[in-house]
Design a protein around this ligand. Structure first.
Ligand SMILES: [Zn+2]
Ligand SMILES: [Zn+2]
Length: 278
């Protein structure tokens, strides 16, 4: 697998000059399965626009594109109306949400409302692509289906306002874990430690410093230290911290990255456009 960050910013996109190194687009991850030349997407933050444009530029075609959602806060869906492939009548797009504890009542409605005429000029049913909205308990068969190699996707619900899911994706003996928009309680969530156990790459929320986190209890995010703590507890090989706060500019994040590496040498702060082979 290969992971590419198309959006690393949390909460709201930002375009100031001092934020360009780590990137201003909100959460969107592309997973490439190089042996079959297929991709899957996690979350549709504003980074999805560039993802779609890049696929066009290289002439990438695949009959069915899957977008798996951690949850549906704005910063994870705002790129959807600007995803070029969603306007292609030959394109099938499957939007996947985990259905447990009723996180969302009607998946299609979330996107219909987002694109109703008061908010957006083109409505969902006029976009053109062949959409499939699925709320499922297990995403494995869909990931296996698009890339023809058994792929096991384990989802774990975690603490976030409104609820959100972390994912563990296992394929050909490699493990990617994506764990964002998570607020641990007094201790690191033990279920997430199990989920991340032995991962080759853990992508973790790191919106705040430890000091900021104290003032942002209940906002649904983690500190850099908590990301590293989980990585250590789960014995993960590499750690990529993401969902950067819109107040954290490049200089600040570089400084944090250096501090993180003193504790966890294989830690990196995710940058827009960064690709990590797994
Ligand atoms: Zn978010
Ligand atoms: Zn959120």
């Amino acid at each position: 697998m290969r992971l590419k960050f198309y959006g690393t910013r949390g909460s709201i996109p930002i375009c100031d000059a001092s934020f360009q190194q780590f990137g201003g687009n909100t959460t969107c991850l592309q997973i490439t399965f190089p042996d079959t030349n297929r991709i899957a997407i996690i979350d549709a933050g504003t980074g999805l626009r560039n993802l779609g444009r890049d696929l066009r530029a290289i002439g990438h075609k695949q009959e069915q594109v899957i977008i798996l959602f951690t949850h549906f806060h704005w910063d994870h869906i705002q790129g959807f109306p600007f995803f070029a492939q969603a306007y292609d009548p030959r394109q099938k797009i499957t939007l996947l949400a985990i259905r447990r504890h009723q996180t969302v009542s009607n998946l299609r409605e979330i996107f219909e409302v987002q694109m109703q005429s008061e908010y957006f000029p083109v409505q969902l049913d006029r976009m053109g692509a062949n959409f499939e909205f699925l709320q499922i308990a297990d995403a494995s068969e869909h990931f296996t289906g698009i890339n023809n190699v058994e792929t096991v996707v384990t989802a774990q619900r975690h603490n976030h306002p409104g609820g959100a899911y972390s994912f563990r994706i296992e394929r050909n003996g490699k493990v990617l874990v994506v764990c964002t928009d998570v607020e641990h309680g007094e201790q690191i969530d033990p279920q997430l430690v199990e989920l991340a156990r032995g991962a080759d790459l853990l992508v973790h929320d790191a919106q705040y410093t430890a000091e900021e986190l104290q003032k942002r209890r209940g906002w649904g995010h983690s500190s850099f230290d908590q990301g590293m703590q989980l990585a250590e507890m789960a014995g993960v090989k590499r750690l990529a911290l993401t969902h950067h706060d819109p107040e954290h500019d490049d200089e600040f994040l570089e400084c944090i990255e250096n501090l993180c590496r003193e504790r966890f040498s294989d830690a990196v702060l995710a940058r827009e456009g960064m690709e990590i082979p797994i």
